[in-house]
Design a protein around this ligand. Structure first.
Ligand SMILES: [Zn+2]
Length: 372
C-alpha cells in the first residue's frame, strides 16, 4: 500500500495519484485556506446585531461538538441573542441528547425542538438498510440518512419567517471538505469547488447517480423511500437565509473547542464513538464503520488530512489519532450490530452485513469497482 508522504491518504482512495516526490493529488491541488480573520467576523456579527430584532440569528443544535461550541461563542463571546432549534432526527445518541439539555440550561438559550419525525426516520433507515444490503453499493451508503436533510432544511425557512430572522450561524469548516462520497460514484469533485459555486452541479450529478442506483435495486421501491428520497434532494439546496460561518473566519482549533465545551458546558462524547467529531449521529457511525471495514478509510482520514494540509496538526500526531480511531472501528462490530437491532433491521440483513465485511472477495470487488 502506498501512502502520501504529506497527508494520511493511501492508494485505496478513489481518483488518487502520486507525483515522483510521493505527494498525492489532493495535497498538490490543495489551495491555502484563507481565514477572513477576527476583525471581519466581528464586523459581520455587528451587522447582525444592528438590525435590532427579537432574535439576531438562528442556530441549529445537534448536541455535537461544533454546534455546541458555536452556541457557546454566540452567547458568551459575541453577545448574540440566537434562537436555537434542534431537529431530532431519530439517530441521536443519549449522551448527545444530554449535551443538549445541559447546553440549554447553562446558556439559557431559547431552543425549539422538532421531534415529530423520529419514528419516521428510524423506520426509513430500517427500510433503506434492508434494501441496500441486498445489492450493496458503497456510494449508496449516504442514502442511509434520507429524511434528515429535508427535516433539518425545512426548520430554517419556517423559523426565519415566523420569527423574522435573516441570519443563521453555520458550523461548516474547511476540514470537512474533500469527502470521498461523490468519488464512490465515480464523480471526481475537488473539495474547494464545493464552496465556490460548483456544488449545485455536483449535487445534481449525485442525485442522478443515486436515482440510477435506486432503479437498479428493486428492494428500494417502496413509496415511503421514494417519496422521502425525492423530498430530501429537492430540499437539499437549503433555505434563503444568510449564513455566517465563523470557522471560515477563525481556524477550527480542535484543542480550544474541546477545552471550551468540556469545561463550560460539561460536553461529553458518547463512549462508543471513535472521536468527538461527528459523534452526534448513530447513522454517521454506521456509515463510517462500513466504509472503514470495506475500503480501509472513513471520514476521519480526510478530516485529519485536511488538518495536516492546513498545518493544524503534525503528520505523526494525526497518524497516531487515526490509528486509535481505526482500532476503535475494528472493535465496533458488536456495537454496530446492537445499533442495527435497535432500528429493528432484519436479522438476516445484519448477518449479511457481517458476512459481507468478512468476505475478502466481495471487498476486493468493491475496491476494483472504484475509479482508482
Ligand atoms: Zn496527500
Amino acid at each position: 500500500m502506498t501512502y502520501c508522504n504529506t497527508c494520511l491518504l493511501s492508494d485505496a482512495y478513489p481518483f488518487i495519484s502520486f507525483d515522483s516526490n510521493g505527494k498525492c493529488n489532493c495535497c498538490r491541488s490543495n489551495s491555502k485556506r484563507i481565514y477572513l480573520g477576527k476583525k471581519a467576523l466581528n464586523e459581520q456579527i455587528g451587522k447582525i446585531k444592528s438590525e435590532s430584532r427579537e432574535y439576531d440569528c438562528l442556530i441549529g443544535l445537534s448536541g455535537g461538538r461544533d454546534s455546541t461550541y458555536l452556541a457557546l461563542r454566540a452567547i458568551k463571546d459575541w453577545n448574540l441573542r440566537p434562537l436555537a432549534y434542534c431537529y431530532s432526527n431519530g439517530h441521536m445518541p443519549e449522551t448527545t441528547m444530554n449535551n443538549l439539555k445541559k447546553l440549554s440550561k447553562k446558556l439559557d438559550i431559547n431552543a425549539i425542538m422538532f421531534e415529530d419525525e423520529v419514528n419516521r426516520n428510524r423506520d426509513l433507515f430500517r427500510r433503506i438498510f434492508n434494501a441496500w444490503i441486498k445489492h450493496p453499493h458503497l456510494g449508496m451508503i449516504q442514502t442511509f440518512c434520507i429524511g434528515c436533510r429535508s427535516g433539518v432544511n425545512k426548520c430554517i425557512p419556517t423559523l426565519s419567517q415566523d420569527y423574522d430572522i435573516n441570519y443563521i450561524l453555520d458550523g461548516a469548516n474547511y476540514y470537512e471538505g474533500g469527502s470521498y462520497k461523490l468519488k464512490l460514484f465515480g464523480i471526481d469533485d475537488d473539495d474547494f469547488s464545493a464552496f465556490t459555486g460548483g456544488w449545485k452541479k455536483l449535487h445534481l450529478q449525485l442525485a442522478w447517480k443515486i436515482f440510477s442506483e435506486f432503479l437498479k435495486n428493486p428492494y428500494y421501491m417502496s413509496p415511503t423511500v421514494i417519496f422521502n428520497g425525492i423530498n430530501d434532494f429537492s430540499k437539499g439546496f437549503g433555505a434563503n437565509v444568510d449564513k455566517i460561518r465563523p470557522f471560515f473566519y477563525e481556524k477550527y482549533d480542535v484543542a480550544k473547542i474541546m477545552d471550551a465545551i468540556a469545561s463550560e458546558l460539561d460536553w461529553q462524547q458518547p463512549s462508543y464513538f471513535p472521536d468527538p467529531w461527528r459523534s452526534d449521529c448513530d447513522v454517521a457511525l454506521i456509515k463510517n464503520f462500513i466504509c472503514f471495514k470495506a475500503l480501509g478509510f472513513s471520514d476521519y482520514d480526510f478530516f485529519l488530512s485536511n488538518m495536516i494540509r492546513d498545518n493544524a496538526i503534525d503528520r505523526n500526531e494525526a497518524e497516531e489519532q487515526l490509528q486509535k480511531i481505526n482500532d476503535h472501528f475494528n472493535n465496533s462490530t458488536s456495537k454496530i450490530k446492537e445499533l442495527l437491532k435497535s432500528y429493528k433491521v432484519d436479522s438476516e440483513s445484519i448477518q449479511s452485513l457481517e458476512n459481507l465485511l468478512m468476505d475478502k472477495i466481495a471487498i476486493s470487488n468493491f475496491k476494483t469497482r472504484l475509479p482508482i
